[in-house]
Design a protein around this ligand. Structure first.
Ligand SMILES: *Cc1c(COP(=O)(O)O)cnc(C)c1O
Length: 416
């Protein structure tokens, strides 16, 4: 058997001279001796040790080497390296879901008595995890406005250790000023974590604006095809080594090698998917604004969006600001009851779009947030959050725009 010794295209260390598009395809651990062109899937629970002395050094962290897949696996390593290269951070640590990334974040950085400042508009499960679960362990969270930086500043106390933001938010696509929040955090000796799920590093790199930790749900655009649940934190090697690896080793919210491999391969097409899906989303948002049955459209790429300028500045990795692929809109109605009926009719009339609780897929997804993702809120809480019965969210995929428009028109044409 001929053994492939060359390893020229898989990078073993960071190469900052390469473009993001290249890193998305090439960054990984070195190839095996067989020279596989597609990255290997190392589906193994543990790794054999050459001898006891080596094993002892590896377990003590004195020598690099794979031990046990709860905390070290080459396929997971490849996924972490590729994501870190894209985010422009020193490292990344992969987790079993986006939520377990946030669990790892809080367990790694905080203790009872510590305080968090978090946007009121972040992902619903993030609010639950911080307020209900970590509240039980004495970590306190103050929720503030997504867009008013003065509220963030005013919420900081001596015990504040972490600021947590997400931009744009789900489903109203509100955008926060990441640089301003980083300045507030650092002046108060705190860390800023940013959930970059909606934009991905193909559009927005929070580390370049001062964020210390970037949170990902790999389930969404990183996989991009709705196949696996995955997550990650991207940050400095120091934080990973001192704060996150010890928790991962003990608590085991690890990403499986198989799921890491799916996300790793998904990232190869991240850039072109984000550009193509953002282009379709902008076209759809622009078109929706012209429909008489639509009261309001929420999309950062539209001039009518309250933080349009900021979004175009922050979401500018391609050199032309991109709005991302999530568009929300309110249907016109004269009462909440009529609004709910109209929204349901529109969604139920689609034949192409998927009615499902996900986003970030190449298959377009349509949802009614008030009765699904935000269904557990009271009507008052929903009104405060701006989630009306009239709201519909479309996570635009890669189908032809004309077919998607025709699919939405089915419901508009038959509205009574
Ligand atoms: C989906 C999502 C999460 C949670 O990720 P999972 O992989 O589903 O655990 C966190 N933040 C945002 C913004 C999300 O959309």
């Amino acid at each position: 058997m001929k053994i492939e010794a060359k390893n020229k295209l898989n990078m073993t260390k960071k190469n900052t001279a390469l473009h993001l598009d290249t890193l998305a395809v090439r960054e990984a651990v070195p190839k095996s001796q067989y020279g596989e062109n597609s990255e290997s899937l190392y589906l193994t629970s543990s790794f054999t040790q050459p001898d006891c002395e080596t094993a002892a050094r590896r377990f003590a962290g004195e020598e690099e080497g794979y031990i046990y897949s709860r905390f070290t696996n080459p396929t997971v390593d490849s996924m972490e390296r590729r994501l870190a290269a894209l985010e422009g951070t020193e490292g990344a640590i992969a987790t079993s879901s986006g939520m377990s990334a946030i669990l790892l974040l809080v367990m790694g950085l905080l203790k009872a008595g510590d305080h968090v400042v978090c946007s009121r508009s972040v992902f619903g499960s993030t609010i639950k995890l911080l307020a209900s679960e970590f509240g039980k362990f004495g970590v306190e969270t103050t929720f503030v406005s997504q867009t008013d930086v003065l509220e963030w500043k005013a919420a900081i106390k001596p015990s504040t250790k972490l600021l947590f933001a997400e931009s744009p938010t789900n489903p109203l696509t509100e955008v926060c000023d990441i640089q301003a929040l980083a300045d507030i955090a650092h002046n108060a000796n705190c860390l800023l974590a940013v959930d970059n799920c909606f934009c991905t590093p193909a559009l927005q790199r929070p580390a370049s604006m001062g964020a210390d930790i970037i949170v990902h749900s790999g389930t969404k655009y990183l996989d991009g095809q709705g196949r696996v649940i995955a997550g990650a934190l991207c940050c400095s090697k120091q934080l990973i080594k001192d704060k996150f690896i010890p928790v991962m080793r003990s608590a085991g919210m690890s990403l499986s090698a198989f799921n890491a491999w799916v996300v790793l391969k998904g990232m190869e097409t991240l850039g072109i998917r984000m550009e193509a899906q953002s282009a379709r989303a902008l076209a759809m948002a622009t078109w929706l604004e012209t429909l008489p049955g639509v009261a309001r459209v929420y999309y950062p790429g539209l001039k009518s969006h309250p933080q349009h300028e900021l979004a175009m500045r922050q979401q500018n990795q391609t050199g032309t600001g991109l709005g991302g692929a999530v568009v929300s809109f309110d249907v016109k109605a004269s009462s909440p009851i009529e609004a709910r009926a109209r929204a349901f009719h529109l969604i139920d009339s689609t034949q192409l779009m998927s009615v499902t609780a996900n986003l970030g897929d190449v298959k377009t997804i349509i949802t009614h947030p008030a009765s699904t993702s935000h269904g557990r809120l009271t009507e008052d809480q929903r009104q405060n959050a701006g989630i009306q019965q009239s709201l519909i969210r479309v996570a635009v995929g890669l189908e032809h725009l004309g077919d998607l428009q025709a699919d939405l028109l089915r419901g508009f044409d038959t509205l009574t």
